[in-house]
Design a protein. Structure first.
Length: 134
């Protein structure tokens, strides 16, 4: 589901500044599963001078219809962390560079969250060819 659709629905429901429950938003766009990502930290520097970008978030997956948590099973949320490494000192010198660094950190965090939801299998090259011919 497009984030724009959710934002449009949220804006139409949230007319008095009251937060809209996530389950209501999910139901309004016929979503059965909700991936909830809460940003818990975002920093480009640890001391105000040295570039050390780090972002943290908490992720959980909910079944909206059954009102149950699907992931993680045993914890309230799953923590995800992202960093940007090997940064030149000049990347904190101007607003344009700071914006680019922020975007890179956001992208890394988004990729780390996305990787929670895919699986892959690395087998021997051509391993399935023989079994598919039979």
């Amino acid at each position: 589901i497009s984030p724009r659709d959710i934002m449009r629905v949220s804006a139409s429901i949230d007319r008095y500044g009251e937060p809209v429950p996530m389950s209501d938003l999910a139901k309004s766009v016929d979503a059965q599963t909700l991936i909830y990502v809460e940003i818990s930290g975002f920093s480009l520097t640890s001391d105000g001078h040295t570039a050390k970008p780090v972002a943290n978030c908490n992720v959980k997956v909910l079944n909206v219809d059954e009102r149950t948590r699907v992931f993680p099973v045993d914890e309230e949320f799953f923590p995800v962390r992202a960093v940007v490494t090997n940064i030149a000192p000049s990347r904190l010198s101007g607003s344009g560079e700071i914006r680019k660094l922020s975007e890179e950190l956001v992208s890394n965090l988004g990729e780390a969250v996305a990787k929670l939801f895919y699986e892959h299998y690395t087998g021997r090259l051509g391993e399935n060819i023989e079994t598919n011919r039979r």
